[in-house]
Design a protein around this ligand. Sequence first.
Ligand code: CTP
Ligand code: CA
Length: 223
Amino acid sequence: IIASFQTKSLRGKHLLITAGPTFEPIDPVRGITNLSSGKMGYAIAQAAWQAGATVTLISGPTALAAPYGVRRIQVQTAQQMHDAVMAQLASQPSDVFVAVAAVADWRVANASNQKLKKTSDSDTPQLEFALNPDILASVAALKNAPYCVGFAAESEKLLEYGAAKRIKKNIPLLVGNIGHATFGSDDNELVLFDKNGHQHIARADKLTLAQGLITEIAARINK
Ligand code: CTP
Ligand code: CA
């Protein structure tokens, strides 16, 4: 790990990273989100900068400060995150795209422009959902796609689901973790899936894990 940071293994590279949750409005004061804290994505952005990369971080709502040296673009919804990623790729090609964000799979299709009111004791709002764009899949499908790295937080059968998700998403590298244990916490444990199988990065704080992951990404794109 240390060696790849001393040699600035990502010097001259541009990394685009998504992080945090998305927030999908129900009405002007309510919405649907998830437990992602953004810590892992922010740590990866920081580690990529430490390794010499130019880093753009597209982030959903989090309580975190932008990592030193990193350009951050803040968004709320999955659609906004998708549009910000595509606009960024159009204006500046990236060598690597790391999709760490916990993107809402669905948005509320019948969100209200005005605050929903309790009209009677028996009436409850009927929410309808629409599918959000899959940002990682959209990027992976681009002509001249960057090297794409996906994340998967699973609650069970990580080795089986992780390997399958990498193939389904058609990406060279997928990083797995066990969901409940990791959201918001300061340390974690990762499993990397690629065409050769899987390997573990041992439990550590998120910046150490991020440095380990950046070392593995650099080794693969510099090969
Ligand atoms: N992802 C994305 N855009 C989405 C959904 C997911 O970019 N609309 C990315 C995530 O950032 C992550 C990867 O896809 O890198 C896998 O996300 P995950 O939710 O685990 O995969 P899904 O295909 O949505 O499958 P499911 O939620 O059903 O497990
Ligand atoms: Ca999902």
